[in-house]
Design a protein around this ligand. Structure first.
Ligand code: B12
Ligand code: SF4
Length: 457
């Protein structure tokens, strides 16, 4: 059987003028995971539009086309799907956006899948080969036991800065109401892990030193995380991951992660306004000492990538300056800002829709950089302008210097300058690397920065 798998991209990621490095960070792990279930004699092509041009007319006609739309690439995904269906190809579509809006997706696919694919995808493959594929498969049984190895041989490693991305858990134990998670995992478990040995075996298959765990909350299951970190200790890996404020503050776990090679952590602080947290059901952050969490990470030699959301209902026009000021004063190395974006079928979406505050359904603009809802404490204009100002202010050289001065020692100050400066200030250099199609050449530099400056001295 001939199978083509496509991860379509939003327009910005394919722009000939400027391509932000973030689109060349990670390979299409979801599709490479699904490819693991195909037979060895199936012919598979895996295409990622974020890093390669896809000329639909020039592509061969496969027996099966697999498309994974995110909300921001939904329009392009449907265009690709329609094109292949017109050529008589069976189109299978699944993932986050399909799960949010199955009826919308079903108009462009022969078969749709809701939820994670590990249970439904193998069943579909069997039925497809038998000539009896269903129109829709809903995932209910959730396990990562017996997961076939991810087909990393299909990934064009040289096109990515972080080819070694990996996920060893699915979902998260929390229930923030703006998050994709509860809707995506509805109908079954919403947080589960691989067996520790399987996760360690998957890690072993990855070449080089650097890893990026894309798990929503790598520290979410303490027993699993401890065993994983113990298994990784002494292997010389350097890695980055995401976890919550409360898990960082819990004694013990962070130290084991650092021993195992953790060098930078993505933390969802979300807001400096406590009143927002309860409203958005981010209960694990309520009353948490954010400053203590940053201190603890810095003391352990871990850099912080802080994530913040603007435009929550308790935010006024002062939120941008307050957030940037707080982040700079803590010496946070990198920050990601987002405009609050209600994804269809989340709790937040349902609330705003019932209040008639959803401005439009142009999914292209649901990219967390455009205002798509009617804010409460400011105008949409103030929100969008404030968002861009926050990025400019946070990454100003004067603030990078100030941030570095807040670090505990000279070593950390150097690291701060190298990492924060390198990340945002050299975007044109990243752009050049992307164009030369050799992004992976920057990986040793990232590894050296993490190795030289990270960890406990
Ligand atoms: C890595 C990542 C990125 C990377 C690269 C994505 C990539 N190459 O795949 C980058 C940095 C480019 C990125 C960018 C963005 N991202 Co992003 N990203 C993620 C992240 C952290 C991990 C994705 C991943 O690899 N998961 C692991 C794999 C194994 O799971 P999976 O891809 O979902 O695939 C499984 C299932 O979905 C299903 N499945 C998927 N497709 C199909 C198809 C079929 C036929 C079947 C059967 C099953 C199936 O089976 C797979 C195996 O279980 C997720 C968070 C998350 N936990 O998913 C956010 C996430 C996907 N991103 C999100 C967003 C909003 C964005 C941005 C708009 C953010 C921004 N402001 O820039 C951009 C634009 C994305 C775009 N191109 O349109 C949202 C999506 C919301 C939505 N409803 O679509 C998420 C969920 C984060 C969040 N919490 O809000 N992102
Ligand atoms: S902690 Fe993060 S991943 Fe978990 S539900 Fe909240 S936003 Fe989603």
């Amino acid at each position: 059987m001939r199978v083509t798998m496509i991860l379509p991209a939003l327009t910005e990621a394919t722009s000939p003028l400027f391509r932000p490095i973030k689109y060349s960070l990670f390979p299409p792990l979801g599709l490479a995971t699904l490819a693991g279930y195909l037979d060895p004699d199936d012919e598979v092509t895996l295409l990622d539009e974020h890093v390669e041009r896809i000329d639909l007319e020039a592509l061969d006609t496969p027996d099966l086309l697999v498309v994974q739309p995110y909300i921001t690439s939904a329009r392009r995904s449907y265009e690709i799907a329609d094109h292949f269906r017109a050529r008589g190809v069976h189109v299978a579509m699944g993932g986050l956006h399909v799960t949010s809006l199955p009826e919308e997706a079903a108009a462009h696919a022969d078969t749709i899948f809701t939820g994670p694919g590990e249970d439904t995808w193998p069943l579909f493959l069997k039925e497809f080969r038998d000539g009896t594929p269903a129109r829709r498969y809903d995932s209910t049984s959730r396990t990562l036991a017996g997961l076939p190895p991810v087909r990393r041989d299909l990934i064009k490693r040289h096109l990515y800065l972080v080819p070694n991305s990996i996920v060893v858990t699915r979902g998260c134990p929390h229930h923030c109401d703006f998050c994709y998670k509860d809707a995506f995992f509805e109908g079954g478990k919403s947080f589960y892990t691989q067996a520790v040995d399987d996760a360690l075996a998957e890690i072993d298959r990855l070449p080089g030193r650097h890893l990026y765990f894309l798990d929503d909350h790598l520290f979410g299951n303490r027993r699993f995380a401890e065993a994983l970190f113990d298994g990784m200790a002494g292997t010389g890996r350097l890695w980055q991951a995401a976890a919550t404020v409360d898990s960082v503050l819990r004694p013990g776990l962070l130290d084991r992660a650092v021993e195992a090679g953790l060098r930078s952590l993505f933390v969802g602080f979300e807001t400096v306004n406590d009143a927002n947290l309860a409203e958005r059901r981010k209960k694990q952050n309520v009353g948490a000492d954010y400053a203590a969490a940053v201190r603890r990470l810095h003391d352990a030699g871990v850099m912080v990538n802080a994530s913040f959301v603007f435009g929550l209902d308790q935010d006024g026009p002062d939120v941008f300056d307050r957030t940037v000021e707080w982040a700079v004063a803590q010496g946070i190395e990198t920050a990601t800002f987002h405009i609050m974006t209600p994804y269809p079928s989340t709790g937040l979406w349902k609330q705003l829709e019932s209040e008639n505050r959803i401005l439009h359904r142009d999914w292209d603009r649901y990219d967390t950089r455009h205002v798509v809802h009617e804010p409460k404490g400011m105008t949409a204009r103030q929100l969008e302008d404030g968002y861009w100002r926050a990025y400019r202010d946070f990454y100003r050289w004067s603030n990078i210097w100030r941030g570095s001065a807040a670090q505990p020692g000279a070593h950390e100050r150097m690291r701060h300058l190298a990492y924060a400066g390198g990340w945002k200030k050299f975007e044109p250099v990243w752009d050049l690397l992307i164009r030369s199609r050799r992004v992976v050449r920057a990986l040793p530099l990232l590894e050296r920065t993490l190795a030289a400056f990270g960890g406990r001295r």
